[in-house]
Write a protein that binds this ligand. Structure first.
Ligand SMILES: Cc1cc2nc3c(=O)[nH]c(=O)nc-3n(C[C@H](O)[C@H](O)[C@H](O)COP(=O)(O)OP(=O)(O)OC[C@H]3O[C@@H](n4cnc5c(N)ncnc54)[C@H](O)[C@@H]3O)c2cc1C
Length: 383
């Protein structure tokens, strides 16, 4: 009998597997695909507090995510790197210069002792000194602030490796039939093997409600994801040296252009739209490509980037907590729901996965009736 069965091997399930194994629990993790196949390999790869969320007044989330950013920079220096950003403003947004200048200082203050590097307002000339490629851009000025960039799928694999090194079993490409019985959990694999466990964690990202329905748990409509598309250009064609945060010229949404020298490309993203597509079959619609391309061409007109220059495109479904309102305004906070010996983790971000896992494993102590040792994932290096 295992202490814990985890359904879902994205960053959240992988983080739970590592934390639980580090606290001495016996763990089996099952993923329907390969680990990291879902949202956790389709993100914008930013390990960030989310300067955008300041506008939404989500101070708690920004503060928590900035603390997690500091932890990931410390425990995974091979996967997460500091990344300075230039927030650029169009001439029509001149009045926002003071606001963004104050915004980056608040962002720095929220990072408190975890702050990295300089945060300051910049004039047009100051921006050009940092990123000469902006010389043809319509610019009123902007600001410099600091965040981090990470290898999303690398973080999943690293957490999985840490868990398996401690004895966890990871089963990929298997769709298990799972039943919640009176006192335990039973998973039946397609080859007939039965796995019994004393507790279950559902960490299935955008599949959360579907997995709960399969198991026969009540329909709580936990996740209401929005789709995000990205495009990428080779660094040869788009030789950007500095990461840029900008507003889209049409709807003023914040977008990012991030150089990824390790992949030889510049990532541009992302969109945030309602979709009826299933997370298994996501597409990048032509309209979203046009939208992203328009923003890049607006800021870098001299490059004359065209659709034929796009070297990669991908989309993911954000497993956000279900909420009304505009997609971009929905919270990135998370929830760990307990129903008997079953925990469901919903919402959150790549950046906050470790904290989400810690909360869930802390709750497992009560479910299993054991005195759980404290979490050490914030201090032990990831492999
Ligand atoms: C476009 C986009 C950009 C983003 N950018 C950022 C960013 O820059 N920074 C940031 O912090 N966050 C970002 N996020 C959010 C972040 O990527 C997600 O919050 C995170 O990856 C979700 O991880 P997860 O483990 O919950 O879900 P997933 O990674 O989707 O994992 C769920 C897993 O469950 C598995 N599964 C499904 N059904 C079953 C089943 N029946 N049995 C077993 N397993 C099953 C799937 O195969 C999958 O592997 C972004 C998200 C999107 C969509």
């Amino acid at each position: 009998m295992q202490d814990l069965l985890i359904l879902g091997g994205g960053i959240v399930g992988a983080g739970v597997a590592r934390d639980a194994a580090m606290r001495g629990l016996s763990v089996t993790l099952i993923d329907k695909h390969t680990v990291g196949w879902g949202t956790s390999s389709r993100s914008s790869r930013m390990i960030h507090g989310g300067i955008r969320y300041l506008e939404l007044g989500d101070i708690h989330l920004v503060h928590e995510a900035l603390a997690e950013r500091a932890i990931l920079l410390r425990i995974a220096p091979h996967l997460v790197h500091p990344q300075p950003f230039l927030f650029v403003l169009d001439p029509g947004e001149y009045w926002q210069w003071f606001r963004i200048g104050v915004g980056v200082l608040v962002y720095r203050a929220l990072a408190s002792r975890h702050a990295i590097g300089a945060h300051q307002p910049l004039t047009r000339l100051g921006l050009l000194r940092h990123e000469p490629l902006l010389s043809s851009a319509p610019l009123a000025g902007g600001a410099l602030y600091q965040d981090a960039h990470g290898d999303d799928i690398g973080l999943v694999q690293s957490n999985i490796a840490a868990a398996t090194n401690l004895g966890a079993r990871v089963i990929e490409n298997v769709h298990a039939q799972v039943r919640v019985l009176d006192n335990d959990i039973e998973a039946t694999l397609p080859d007939g093997e039965h796995i019994a466990a004393r507790s279950l964690v559902i960490a299935a990202g955008p599949w959360t409600d579907a997995v709960r329905a399969e198991i026969g748990l009540p329909d709580r409509g936990l996740v209401g994801g929005t789709k995000g598309s990205h495009i990428a250009f080779s660094l040869d064609r788009f030789p950007l040296r500095h990461a840029i945060a900008m507003r889209h010229p049409d709807d003023r949404r914040v977008l990012f252009c991030v150089p990824e020298p390790e992949l030889g490309r510049v990532l541009v993203g992302t969109t945030d739209t309602e979709t009826t597509e299933l997370p298994d079959d996501l597409t990048v619609p032509p309209g979203e490509v046009t939208y992203l391309l328009r923003a890049v061409r607006h800021l870098f007109p001299a490059l004359r980037l065209a659709e034929s220059d796009i070297s990669a495109r991908w989309a993911g479904l954000r497993p956000l907590l279900r909420q009304q309102g505009a997609p971009s305004g929905r919270t990135r906070e998370h929830l760990v729901l307990r129903e008997g010996n079953v925990l469901t983790i919903a919402g959150g971000k790549l950046t906050t996965y470790r904290k989400m896992a810690e909360e869930a494993v802390d709750m497992l102590g009560g479910i299993l009736g054991v005195n759980m040792p404290p979490c050490t994932t914030a201090t032990v290096l990831l492999p």
